[in-house]
Design a protein around this ligand. Structure first.
Ligand SMILES: [Zn+2]
Length: 109
């Protein structure tokens, strides 16, 4: 599985910064991820790529819930939906999509 964690992600018009290897304080040392809407940060701490991508989507879903759904979903629902979206992306090899072209702009003028 190849998943490139974005450095930032735009959700509801807001740019969230995606922080990997986030050093959670001791009382939160067991956290794999956290959304911090006031700081516009998605914080991830795991070094395991698959778990990191799962928690990336988990935190994105929290952000969507916060901005579009009045923060109504409970943790268990977010967990189930994150597993679902992660599995759809994996099963359809959408984690392995390569960017086409050489990245240079073909625009003229
Ligand atoms: Zn959560």
């Amino acid at each position: 599985m190849e998943f490139t964690l974005p450095k930032k992600v735009k959700i509801a018009g807001l740019t969230y910064y995606v922080l990997s290897d986030y050093p959670f304080p001791p009382h939160n040392a067991d956290l794999a991820g956290q959304i911090a809407p006031d700081d516009l940060e998605i914080r991830l701490s795991t070094k395991e790529p698959e778990v990191e991508s799962l928690y990336f989507w988990h935190e994105v879903l929290h952000a969507i819930d916060i901005h579009y759904n009045n923060d109504k979903l409970d943790e268990e629902v977010i967990m189930r939906l994150a597993h679902g979206i992660h599995q759809v992306l994996k099963d359809n090899e959408m984690y392995n999509v390569k960017r086409r072209g050489n990245g240079r702009s073909k625009a003229k003028g």
